[in-house]
Design a protein around this ligand. Structure first.
Ligand SMILES: Nc1nc2c(c(=O)[nH]1)N[C@@H](CN(C=O)c1ccc(C(=O)N[C@@H](CCC(=O)O)C(=O)O)cc1)CN2
Ligand SMILES: NCC(=O)N[C@@H]1O[C@H](COP(=O)([O-])[O-])[C@@H](O)[C@H]1O
Length: 224
């Protein structure tokens, strides 16, 4: 009896912006860099994210999942500044959206929302790993705006390098186990834009390498 051909790994990608890293993943699918893989769903929290266009142009299912209806349904109470209830309801519905697509893995590629346990727990219960691209070395800069902060510290002679990493997503933001990471020298950059270009160029190969590494780990455990 012949061995059945393994089905391609199903990838869901979360985005918020241009989607150049999504584009790198789309181009890499079913090449030696990312074999037997296909992106089956792209979800954005921003309606104007150009990444949605990149996905549609590649005939990939897209969903816009915005926060505004949740903020309207759960108005802030007692001055809760970061709208806990709205965020939890948003994340619970995002988890349902993701799970319905039966992915083998979720990749955050410039997804600019902090994910709460209302998302993390249901997805983890389905044994779906979540990984994230972050423009910093492990344990260095945390959160949004890290490229700007690295540039500001370089200009203040407080650092000469930064980095990029792909890491597993856990509740503590940007503190999940690194999968792959690279150090990037800032020396020679003459502007923030220079540094952003240098970082983006290196991210596009790292996100493919990190996604493939996470999928290989899954297949070793017979999950993908
Ligand atoms: N629980 C986790 N959620 C997310 C992680 C993570 O590691 N754990 N990684 C991020 C991506 N990310 C950095 O890599 C990141 C993105 C956004 C923010 C943030 O402060 N977002 C604000 C909203 C900002 C905005 O609307 O412009 C917020 O959510 O209040 C921090 C880190 C993906 N999520
Ligand atoms: N904290 C997360 C974060 O800052 N992510 C950053 O968002 C950009 C997405 O670019 P893209 O939309 O062109 O792929 C990337 O530079 C990535 O490092």
């Amino acid at each position: 009896m012949s061995t059945p051909t393994p089905q391609p790994a199903r990838i869901t990608v979360l985005i918020s912006g241009s989607g150049s890293n999504l584009g790198a993943l789309i181009s890499a699918c079913n090449t030696p860099a990312l074999p037997r893989a296909r992106i089956t769903h792209v979800i954005s929290d921003r309606k104007d994210a150009y990444g949605l266009t990149r996905a549609a142009d590649a005939s990939i299912k897209t969903t816009y999942h915005g926060i505004v209806p949740y903020k309207k349904k759960y108005p802030d109470h007692a001055g809760k500044s970061d709208f806990h209830d709205a965020r939890r309801a948003y994340d619970a519905d995002l988890a349902n959206l993701v799970i319905a697509g039966t992915p083998d893995i979720v990749v955050c590629a410039g997804f600019m929302r902090i994910l709460t346990p209302s998302f993390l727990d249901p997805v983890k219960a389905q044994a779906i790993p979540i990984i994230n691209l972050h423009p910093s070395k492990p344990g260095d800069l945390i959160g949004a705006g890290c490229i700007q902060r690295a540039w500001d510290e370089f200009e203040a002679n407080k650092r000469t390098e930064t980095g990029i990493m792909i890491h597993y997503v856990v509740e503590e933001v940007d503190m999940g186990e690194p999968i792959v990471h690279e150090t990037i020298s800032i020396q020679g950059c003459t502007s923030l834009s220079d540094l952003e270009t240098r970082i983006h160029e290196r991210e596009h190969s790292l996100i493919v390498k990190g996604t493939n590494s996470a999928l290989q780990k899954l297949s070793k455990h017979g999950k993908a």
